[in-house]
Design a protein around this ligand. Structure first.
Ligand SMILES: CC(C)(COP(=O)(O)OP(=O)(O)OC[C@H]1O[C@@H](n2cnc3c(N)ncnc32)[C@H](O)[C@@H]1OP(=O)(O)O)[C@@H](O)C(=O)NCCC(=O)NCCS
Length: 399
């Protein structure tokens, strides 16, 4: 049997893409067609792909897409979007992921992006590498036949039904206005827009082609089911509350359909636009974006905060060496972060700090889970309200 010492971890070359596709197909049960593979090669390059080889046999892959993300307060922060992570089932649980991740994250650290992001197939994998769940989504089903809107909801004046060709000229600008105002959202690369509007059969999962409705400040892209009386929303983007309310009224007004399925941020206004706030049923909720803070000072100084405060955080990073003790001084919403020898007001691991970073989860929740230890109640309260945000953070596009 091969020992792990005989596994070679190395950066991929342009000749390795078929091996990458083979590993990915076995891991996720879907063969990449040539268009999908070509798109991935536009989103990244082989120098951003780490592979594991057992002799001539490819046995592991992890790559990243260079990207940026909006953080609370609106700054655009450089990030590495880790993706296509898999180890062959012939070689799992022998430390290959850990070795690939060590190599990959040393390179990401040297490249300097303050944040690393991913979406996780399983919640149990990435905490040990300093990643925490950073945004949440609710799967919601609305029985539109019973949807009544409150009388005070702004009337529909500016929503149009549009064709795909017009959508391709309007939607990217609306999305990017929304993205810049929404923590957790990343700019969508041109190749992803091309894929979206190409609307290829293998991406429809048995549903119809895309339909689009648009407002000057928002849009909905949805599909219908040919067998069930339902709409499945693919993207619901609203820059303003007015656009959100108008688009919902039009969507819920599509007759001859029973239900609308949609992924929502946990704090969306839909239940309270309706006279019956119980009508939108949350059928599941799950984490979406995961974050690892690569550079604590750069990351904490990039976002804004709800209160002026001063506290010392003791941050442990069992995976790399991003931890330490940091004094955080917040004034006018901005933080100055310096290393210090002072005793911490709160101690936590990097995955927990990363989960707090986008404001989705609270310090009090992690304290209750024995994953954040504060000096006293006052210190916990200060850290808790400092990281809180007005609106939920939302992942922009899945990668
Ligand atoms: C997830 C996957 C990449 C793990 O690869 P691996 O080489 O078996 O992982 P390693 O042996 O290096 O394990 C590293 C650590 O993670 C843990 N781990 C790995 N996979 C895990 C899982 N699915 N659940 C819980 N823990 C896991 C290991 O126990 C080990 O812990 P330790 O180092 O703290 O003792 C592999 O199982 C796989 O390809 N799965 C299918 C595709 C997938 O889900 N990819 C992730 C996409 S986000």
């Amino acid at each position: 049997m091969t020992t792990d010492d005989t596994i070679l971890i190395r950066t991929a070359t342009d000749d390795d893409w078929n091996a990458v596709a083979l590993l990915d197909a076995h891991a996720f049960g879907e063969h990449q067609n040539s268009e999908d593979l070509a798109e991935t090669q536009i989103l990244t390059s082989s120098k951003h792909v780490v592979m594991a080889w057992d002799g001539e046999t490819p046995v592991g892959v992890a790559m990243h897409f260079p990207m940026s993300v909006t953080v609370p307060g609106g700054a655009q922060v450089e990030a590495s979007g880790v993706s296509w992570v898999s180890v062959a089932p012939t070689h799992r649980r022998r430390g290959i992921l850990r070795r690939m991740f060590t190599e990959q994250h040393r390179k990401l650290d040297a490249a300097g992006a303050p944040l690393s992001l991913l979406t996780a197939s399983e919640a149990t994998i990435y905490g040990r590498f300093g990643y925490g769940p950073a945004t949440e989504e609710h799967s919601v089903v609305l029985d539109r036949r019973f949807a009544q809107f409150h009388p005070g909801v702004p009337p529909v004046t500016g929503v149009r039904l549009i064709e795909s060709a017009e959508a391709s000229t309007l939607l990217p600008d609306i999305y990017h206005r929304w993205q810049r105002a929404t923590a957790g959202a990343q700019p969508k690369p041109p190749i992803r827009w091309e894929r979206f509007f190409a609307d290829r059969e293998n991406r429809r999962h048995g549903l119809t082609e895309l339909f689009f409705i648009a407002h000057v400040d928002g849009y909905v892209a949805y599909r219908r089911s040919p067998t069930e009386s339902k709409i499945v929303v693919q993207e619901f983007i609203a820059v303003t509350d007015e656009a959100y309310a108008e688009l919902w009224q039009v969507l819920a007004g599509i007759d001859l359909v029973d239900t609308i399925e949609v992924e929502q941020a946990p704090d969306e206004a839909l239940p309270f636009l309706l006279t019956n706030n119980r009508l939108p049923k949350v059928t599941s909720h799950h984490d979406a974006l995961w974050c690892r803070i690569m550079d604590v000072k750069a990351a904490l100084e990039a976002r804004t905060y709800s209160v002026d405060a001063q506290f010392v955080l003791g941050v442990e990073d069992p995976f790399l060496d991003a931890g330490g003790t940091f004094e955080v001084t917040i004034s006018g919403g901005s933080a100055v972060v310096t290393r210090t020898d002072a005793a911490p007001d709160a101690t936590l691991k990097l995955d927990v700090l990363s989960a707090l970073y986008f404001g989705t989860h609270s310090a009090t929740r992690f304290a209750a889970a024995s994953r954040l230890w504060a000096r006293d109640k006052e210190a916990l309260h200060t850290v808790n309200i400092a990281f809180a945000t007005d609106r939920a953070s939302v992942m922009g596009w899945g990668f």
